[in-house]
Design a protein around this ligand. Structure first.
Ligand SMILES: [Zn+2]
Ligand SMILES: [Zn+2]
Length: 400
């Protein structure tokens, strides 16, 4: 007698889609799956006919959601708000920082470390250090005054204090010490990530050879080509060519057409090998809130949530309406990817499940529906509306 049985739904398994299948769960793990559940016995049975059973979504780049703020929130508010991710089908996240004075960033990461001990702390896989080692020209929302070069002292400070919770570090390959930083991170088991950069092909290639193997929000803050100053209209290859050329490098895209024009989704799907394309939200506090919600940040700035992006509200017309960040949630991002790239359901879902799991090196445990794996599952309809979310076999969200 198993703990739980989900039956009748379209099940996206590691080995293809079962049009009408079942998944049995026991002790928090997937213990059986297939097409005939007539002899399967379980204490709790869920008829999910007409719905899709997907692996739980993994968002490896998010700064917050709803009223949860990984950048400014305290341990308690983050811990109590993590459940918002579950309501959008997300069962694992990597919390992203933004550029701040390094001691403040380190203190924030310490708070995030404590969150891992909380009720839903298992959702939090670790921390993505985004900034301060970024290109000034490609900094996006990162304040110029906090940007730095990766000095050996700063890197030693960060790794010494919070290296145990860092899983990814984004930096610009053209900065001094970038190759050394890449090797240092790789040796610590932290993934070196290229991003917010105007690196040349050669600079990008050097850090790839040194162990960099992922790109932060490609096409946002990654300058592709430059004109050769000596030869009219001759283009020089840049970071884009290098990260597309090397198959070891995975690429992430924000699932939002304002940040990533739709043709890029199909393009990356076509040119990058299986497992090397990842969808993220890069979402901020406010993501997932109802259309038109107005929020006031701690510094007094007002923003509005609209069409899954977050825009400024200001008396000054030059500032009013400006984009401050992404407000998309993973389920909406995946639906858009499927539409924009024109790809089958299971290929789109892979971008938000097994692919990030394998980039993060947690694919033996989570990321797909396979016997023996942790039962992190999400039940969605054809429009990716979340009906149920299961975390390690426990029902943690259901649509009211
Ligand atoms: Zn960024
Ligand atoms: Zn970010």
């Amino acid at each position: 007698m198993w703990d739980r049985l989900l039956y009748g739904g379209r099940v996206i398994t590691e080995n293809g889609v079962l049009p009408r299948g079942y998944v049995a769960i026991h002790g928090g793990r997937i213990v059986s799956l297939g097409e005939d559940w007539s002899t399967v016995e379980a204490k709790d049975c869920f008829d999910v006919s007409g719905f899709i059973v997907s692996p739980g979504f993994i968002d490896m780049h998010t700064h917050g959601i709803f009223d949860v703020d990984f950048v400014e929130g305290d341990t308690e508010s983050i811990a109590s708000g993590l459940s918002h991710y579950l309501s959008f089908g997300v069962t694992r996240v990597v919390a992203s920082t933004i550029s701040r004075p390094l001691p403040e960033t380190v203190e924030q990461i310490r708070q995030l470390r404590q969150v891992k001990e909380s009720r839903y702390g298992r959702i939090l896989h670790g921390v993505h250090l985004e900034g301060p080692w970024l290109s000034p020209r490609c900094r996006g929302g990162h304040p110029l005054r906090y940007l730095r070069v990766p000095s050996k002292e700063d890197v030693a400070f960060v790794l010494g204090e919070v290296g145990d919770v860092l899983v990814t570090v984004t930096f610009a390959p053209e900065l001094p010490n970038a190759v050394w930083l890449t090797e240092t991170l790789a040796c610590r088991g932290i993934i070196p990530v290229i991003g917010h950069t105007e690196a040349s092909y050669e600079q990008a290639e050097q850090v790839i050879r040194a162990g960099a193997r992922h790109v932060t929000h490609m096409y946002d803050g990654t300058l592709g080509y430059r004109e050769n100053p000596n030869e009219a209209l001759v283009m020089l290859p840049g970071v884009e060519t290098a990260v597309l050329f090397y198959d070891t490098v995975s690429i992430e895209l924000i699932g939002c057409p304002v940040h990533v024009p739709p043709p890029f989704f199909g393009f990356i799907h076509k040119v990058k090998p299986r497992g090397k394309k990842v969808l993220v939200t890069d979402s901020l506090v406010g993501a997932g809130m109802p259309e038109g919600t107005i929020l006031t940040y701690r510094d007094g700035r007002k923003v509005r949530v609209t069409q899954n992006v977050i825009r400024m509200i200001d008396d000054d017309p030059a500032i009013d309406g400006n984009l401050t960040g992404s407000g998309v949630t993973m389920n909406v991002a995946l639906r858009r990817l499927k539409e924009f790239a024109g790809i089958p359901l299971e290929e789109a879902v892979a971008w938000g499940t097994i692919n990030p799991a394998s980039v993060l090196g947690i694919d033996k445990e989570v990321g797909s529906i396979a016997v023996g794996k942790q039962a992190d599952l999400v039940v969605i309809d054809d429009d990716f509306h979340v009906q149920y979310t299961f975390l390690a076999g426990s029902l943690v969200f259901h649509k009211s």
